[in-house]
Design a protein around this ligand. Structure first.
Ligand code: GLC
Length: 820
């Protein structure tokens, strides 16, 4: 708890930007090397290189003198360098004008001013996309980059931050921090650090990714005319990422730092957690309760009490005497176990993990060569140096302990890393091997958690031979390649439910498509109403887990009586019924980097109402959710962008392009479907494991009026990597309507998965015809017949709905519906 003492006059801090007085000065020489142009300036050097189309890297060598080494190593974040045929990076050409050197790449020209080495990024039509007038540093080599902005500049991305969607007027720090204090706008650093800022200006969006895993600051508060990026150590090494659209920036950023792996389908189901389910019997009882109450659930998490005195890779022999049997029994119920693993290894000479790590020198060392030791849950602990390949391999190997029991998912926590000491983490001068490029902890702090998850994901993948699920609290740019992310220790506050929307939306824009908060809130005590509302929202989030803290009120879906239980069941079931949609959207995220849930801004970038709209979100680009996030509130304002929309529950049509008041009793999540949407559903089931046997795909088509739309329906076995060898099904669906004719086409782009949906029931909703004629290339009932049928092929004249039943479409087919 802070007091007024904190604001006493002698505690006020100096301006962060003060003291950055050293700059490059005039360009004195320019040399072209393979893949880069090097500018030797009065007081240092500047390297400009092309990474791939639309991405330029700028690296400052502050104070570098002739002969000083120039290296362009990247951190683990970057995987997207485009290789040319022959494996060589592109030769760049430099030309000059009176005032500047010009490097033309495909699409972007970089101008370096001769006078002061300032940078401009220019597109093919001569428009200045970004202007970086200042690169500067101080005597400690802390460096800063300043970019021009205007009063029309808005900011997004930056990963897991508090505040609203638009980061204009905010300042954030990148330093992975276990912050148990309530997450409020004051808090500038949380568990994840993704130094990627999206800058959106009228007609142009671009991104700046600072590849620096030390402490950095993004300041959009200091001035309306500029934003600045400061790096405490490691200097300025940034990537300019061109738009012009937000989606281009997100697509390119995720080409640079990677995209999510297609997760196992079960991990997209509902997860239940608590700190902690204390013993084997409690876990089994919990699973049985889910089944008795018919609430779908795929995963139960085991928090730290499952371990033997918090020793990682152990089970407590008294509380969990037979984990293997427990796991087998749970599997029959369609439930998997995800145990927590923290990085701290108990300092205990009799413990095999400690012994192995100490013998092989796998733990982080202090400058005097002794291991860094710090307290966490197990007491004094040592910390594996995950920046070393051999350590990652060892750690990955330890997971055989779990996979041999049938465990397929791991939860990485405390991996900022959090240490219960004064600096709250590994001491800054601790050393990391860093795969041959030694660095202090201070320099690479933000990488630690991601490297732990990399070790975990790689180990699990090799033992399972299939897709693992890894969940991580800490991360750096690129974490999406290894793990899903939850947003740490929130509280059961309505404010934190609201905060989860912009936080997860910005994580999505920052590449982390698979993310979510603890549903119901972790700390503090939830209420039935909060749990109901939060579950409604969380049911449509990419990662869907209810988790709560030791000594808080119980938070399982049935903890607050039947009304709340029914609401939780209904919305978790909604998630399960939308599984074919969710899975297709996850696949899109894995392929293109587009987030699973999206701010409206991403789909409607030219609509001024979307600039900071973050109490609503889109699932993919078809469904719009507007959760209620205040107590005793049964109405809320909803904004629907241009076009027509349909109420998901009532089918009522609404014209977009404006706000309206939605009625939302406690059991109702305001949910809208875009005209033209094609929503694949199935029957909900207790577990994704059992869902496939139903074989029935329900496809609801919200028939467009004088328009067209498309959707890619994806399906595969859900657990293996066979999809990489084309064992998957991809149906390209298109629908168009013009002048009373609806044309629906199914193009199987790949049919490689035999167990796909065997029967499809396609419903064309909101047809504008009083009667219809079908042309399907096969025999179909006549109109009269259709109208007399109530099941299978039928036409409901009153609702304007035509239902068509077909066997799994294996060939290109087209269906024409015509008004009569
Ligand atoms: C941390 C995690 C939380 C977990 C607890 C105990 O606070 O963020 O999710 O329950 O540690 O392991």
């Amino acid at each position: 708890m802070l007091t007024s003492e904190q604001i006493s006059p002698d505690k006020m801090q100096a301006d962060y930007a003060a003291g950055f007085t050293r700059t490059l000065g005039r360009v004195q020489a320019v040399t072209a090397e393979v893949g880069l142009i090097l500018f030797s300036c009065e007081n240092g050097k500047l390297a400009v290189s092309r990474v791939r189309t639309g991405i330029i890297r700028i690296k400052l060598f502050a104070g570098a003198e002739p002969g000083d080494p120039i290296h362009l190593r990247t951190t683990e974040a970057v995987i997207g360098y485009e290789e040319n045929p022959g494996g060589k990076e592109a030769e760049l050409q430099v030309s000059d004008t009176e005032s500047a050197y010009r490097i033309e790449t495909d699409g972007i020209t970089v101008e370096v001013a001769k006078q002061d080495s300032s940078l401009r990024f220019i597109n093919e039509s001569g428009q200045i996309l970004a202007h970086n007038p200042l690169l500067a540093w101080n005597e400690d080599k802390a460096a800063a980059a300043l970019f021009q902005a205007t009063e029309h500049t808005h900011y997004y991305g930056l990963g897991e931050k508090t505040g609203f969607l638009d980061k204009r007027g905010e300042r954030y720090e990148m330093w992975n921090s276990d912050n148990f204090s309530p997450h409020v706008p004051e808090i500038e650093a949380l568990y994840q650090s993704i130094p990627f800022l999206i800058v959106n200006e009228p007609g142009n969006a671009y991104g700046i990714f600072l590849d620096n895993p030390g402490r950095s600051v993004f300041d959009m508060r200091g001035s309306e005319q500029a934003f600045t990026i400061h790096a405490e150590t490691g200097g300025v090494d940034y990537y300019f990422i061109a738009g012009p659209k937000l989606k281009d920036v997100v697509g390119r950023y995720t080409a640079l730092t990677g995209r999510i792996q297609l997760p196992p389908r079960w991990s997209i189901g509902y997860h239940q957690s608590r700190y902690s389910y204390m013993d084997q019997e409690e876990v089994l009882e919990l699973a049985r309760t889910f089944r008795e109450k018919e609430i779908p659930c795929d995963v139960i998490h085991l928090d730290i009490h499952y371990m033997n005195e918090y020793r990682v890779f152990t089970f407590d022999p008294v509380r969990f005497p037979d984990p293997k049997a427990m796991i087998a029994e749970l599997k029959n119920l369609g439930i998997r176990i995800v145990p927590i693993i923290d990085p701290g290894v108990k300092f205990d000479p009799d413990y095999h993990v400690y012994q192995e790590g100490a013998e092989s020198n796998y733990f982080c060392l202090k400058p005097d060569g002794t291991p860094f030791i710090g307290p966490v849950w197990p007491g004094q602990s040592v910390f594996p140096d995950f920046t070393e390949a051999k350590v990652r391999e060892w750690w990955g190997g330890l997971h055989r302990f779990f996979t041999e029991m049938g465990i397929e998912g791991i939860w990485n926590d405390m991996n900022e890393p959090s240490v219960f000491n004064e600096c709250k983490t590994i001491e800054p001068d601790t050393l990391h091997g860093n795969d041959g490029h030694p660095a202090t902890h201070q320099e690479i702090h933000n990488l630690y958690g991601m490297m732990m998850s990399k070790a975990t994901a790689e180990g699990m993948t090799s033992h399972l031979g299939g897709r693992p699920f890894v969940l991580s609290r800490a991360g750096y740019a690129g974490i999406q390649r290894y793990a899903a992310v939850w947003t740490g220790d929130n509280r059961s506050y309505w404010e934190h439910m609201a905060l989860a929307m912009p936080m997860v939306l910005n994580l999505g824009l920052s590449g982390v498509a698979f993310a979510g908060p603890d549903i119901g809130g972790f700390g503090h005590h939830t209420t039935g109403e909060l749990l109901a509302r939060w579950t409604q929202m969380g049911a449509l989030f990419p990662f869907c887990r209810n988790h709560s803290m030791l000594d808080t009120i119980r938070q399982e879906p049935w903890s607050f009586g039947t009304d709340v239980e029914n609401i939780c069941r209904d919305y978790i079931s909604l998630r399960y019924s939308l599984m074919p949609l969710l899975y297709s959207v996850f696949r899109e995220a894995a392929e293109t980097g587009m987030p699973v849930i999206r701010p409206l801004l991403l789909e409607y970038p030219d609509d001024p109402n979307t600039v900071n709209l973050c109490d609503q979100f889109l699932l993919g680009d078809q469904l719009l959710a507007a959760p209620v996030y205040r107590p005793n509130t049964y109405h809320r304002v909803v904004y629907l962008p241009e076009g027509n929309w349909f109420d998901y529950w009532t089918g009522e049509r609404r014209r977009g392009g404006g706000h309206f008041m939605a009625h939302a009793p406690l059991d109702t999540l305001p949910l809208y479907v875009k005209e033209g949407a094609m929503i694949p559903r199935t029957e909900p089931a207790a577990s994704t494991e059992f869902q496939r046997s139903r074989e029935l795909l329900l496809l609801d088509i919200y028939t467009p009026e004088n328009g067209a739309s498309a959707f890619d329906l994806y399906d595969d076995d859900g657990t293996t990597y066979a999809f990489k060898d084309n064992f998957y099904n991809l149906h390209r669906l298109t629908v168009e309507e013009a002048e009373g004719r609806v044309k629906f086409r199914i193009q199987p782009a790949c049919i490689g998965y035999d167990e796909g949906w065997k029967r499809w029931t396609v419903t064309f909703k909101h047809l504008r015809f009083a009667g219809c004629r079908l042309d399907f290339g096969t025999e179909v009932p006549s109109r009269e017949e259709l109208e007399t049928l109530a099941k299978g092929w039928h036409f409901d004249r009153a609702a304007g709905e035509l239902t068509v039943v077909m066997n799994q479409p294996l060939e290109d087919m087209e269906l024409l519906i015509q008004a009569l």
